[in-house]
Ligand binder design. Structure first.
Ligand code: FAD
Length: 488
């Protein structure tokens, strides 16, 4: 019998569980929280709906591939709309709208910097080639060996792993706003653009080429769809069931898990989609592969200060569905995240108003607002700091809106470092895993299969391919393929 226990119910766990169950294995998921979805949980309050984590639906092809693997399509579960503009960026002296139409966007670039329209078109064509190689040839590899990265296509692009995204963008584009706009997509990979290999400009194609989409009802619709796929393939999902130990036999083989109430559940295989560092703490010390020192030396993706706000007024005449506030010093903020962890003086932030394009997200005439300030993992988190930064960003929002907004706030909820730790067992409260820097890419990331415990596997944003929802779907698929090779 091939009994599999999956720890956690984030996208990677739901993906792995579904693929394994489809092959006939007996799969159960154990999730500590009372609803599935991991970092993509949903908050509902006073008729407002908020996605608590991810809000950008990029790479629709990856979602489609997942559902097609199960004989379905995304439209069997949710309705997708391509947003236009995909998003807008507020700079000190200008507003840049990222139009869905690439020609229109090239014209916008041209108006800002002479010659940049044509350059953008060329840049996106190159990014598209990289996307095809990354998604078609490289991303499905399990990260076991450096040789996985060697293909005829990557061999001629070795230089792209030595130069950074910033090197390439800064060479072509001079205007600071255009540079910042083009560097934005790789922030999803969790590191500074100057520390991200230029091969990853494929994220620019994911953005400008494939577009920014919105599933009607919000990102939680994806979770519901994946739960439905998992359950229809036989996966049993147990929520409010925190795992406190992974048991290993004398011979070094996984035996099962112990839940917080002390009950032992036997398994032939265990796959953990919980944060890797936490998952290893569930093991006796001698079976952990990575030391505390190893984790301390990694570059983690930022943590975040998040606010979920109900506004009793529509703000959509000014703001779009997705808005980036890049009206302060990008470099100073990045340095406060990566170089000298500190609360940023004047942070960049992201504001999401899903009800600007989807009426189901807020009561009529009102607006649901989600705000995100990226911050260093592990920094101090107090109510006082949260309040201070809330006031800062509302003031900045008011400056762009041109009217006071404070009196239109029905309620505010916040989520920060301490919540990431207590809700998700996240290492230092990181929001989206381990950054994809040159030294933390592919085979240099924590391994999917334990080297010390047989039949124990890991998946999710700390493994391959990395942070983000589409990579989590892929990670679940790759780990299932590794595991299936060992099952009988
Ligand atoms: C604020 C925020 C914004 C983001 N924005 C985007 C975006 O716009 N687009 C995008 O693509 N990606 C985005 N991301 C990243 C994306 O959400 C994640 O990369 C992805 O959801 C991670 O999935 P996962 O399966 O790896 O892990 P998780 O979602 O973290 O799932 C792990 C699960 O394990 C559970 N768990 C932990 N310990 C235990 C235990 N002992 N027992 C049982 N269960 C346990 C946790 O509760 C959790 O449910 C964002 C993330 C955050 C936090």
């Amino acid at each position: 019998m091939n009994k599999v226990i999956v720890i956690g119910s984030g996208f990677s766990s739901l993906s792995a569980a579904s693929y394994l169950a489809k092959e006939g294995l007996e799969v159960s998921i154990f999730e500590k929280n009372d609803t599935p979805g991991g970092r993509a949980r949903q908050l509902k309050r006073n008729g407002y709906t908020f996605d608590m984590g991810p809000s950008w639906y990029w790479m629709p092809d990856i979602f489609e591939n997942f559902f097609q693997d199960f004989g379905k399509t995304t439209s069997d579960f949710y309705e997708l709309e391509r947003l236009d503009p995909g998003y807008q960026i507020y700079f000190k002296d200008k507003l840049l709208k990222i139009y869905a139409d690439l020609d229109k966007l090239c014209n916008t670039f041209e108006e800002i910097e002479k010659g940049s329209g044509k350059k953008l078109s060329k840049f996106i064509a190159k990014a598209k080639e990289n996307y095809k190689i990354a998604i078609g040839k490289v991303v499905m590899r399990p990260g076991k060996s450096p040789l996985e990265l060697v293909t005829p296509e990557t061999a001629v692009r070795v230089g792209q792993f030595l130069k950074s995204v910033s090197d390439v963008i800064h060479k072509e584009f001079k205007d600071e706003a255009l540079r910042a706009a083009l560097e934005f997509p790789v922030l999803f990979l969790g590191a500074k653009p100057e520390n991200t290999p230029s091969f990853y400009i494929f994220m620019n194609y994911a953005d400008y080429g494939l577009g920014t989409w919105h599933p009607k009802g919000g990102m939680y619709e994806i979770v519901k769809a994946m739960v439905s796929i998992a359950e229809s393939n036989g996966v049993k999902i147990h929520t409010s069931s925190a795992v406190s130990k992974i048991k290993v036999s004398q011979s070094g083989k996984v035996e099962g898990i112990v839940l917080e109430d002390g009950s032992f559940l036997e398994a032939d295989f265990v796959v953990s989609g919980a944060d890797y560092h936490h998952s290893e703490t569930l093991l006796p010390k001698k079976y952990r592969q990575y030391s505390e020192d190893y984790w301390a030396k990694r570059t983690f993706a930022p943590s975040s200060l998040l606010f979920y706000v109900g506004f009793n007024k529509k703000l959509a005449k000014t703001f779009a569905h997705h808005n980036l506030f890049f009206d302060t010093d990008f470099k100073a903020h990045a340095s406060d995240i990566y170089d000298k962890p500190n609360w940023p003086k004047e942070p960049l932030f992201y504001a999401n108003f899903p009800s600007a394009s989807d009426e189901s997200m807020a009561p009529k005439g009102k607006e649901a607002g989600f705000f995100l300030i990226p911050i260093a993992p592990g920094i101090e988190d107090t109510q006082e700091l949260r309040d201070k930064y809330f006031n800062k960003i509302i003031k900045r929002l008011e400056d762009f809106y041109g009217e006071s907004l404070q009196e239109h706030i029905e309620f505010t909820e916040s989520f920060c470092v301490n919540d990431f730790v207590s809700e998700y067992n996240s290492y230092k409260g990181n929001a989206y895993g381990l950054a994809n820097t040159l030294r933390q890419t592919a085979f240099l990331r924590p391994k999917l299969a334990s080297k010390k415990v047989s039949n124990l596997f890991f998946t999710g944003q700390l493994t391959v391919p990395g942070p983000g929802v589409p990579p989590a779907l892929i990670s679940g698929k790759i780990v299932s393929e590794l595991l299936l090779k060992k099952s009988v």
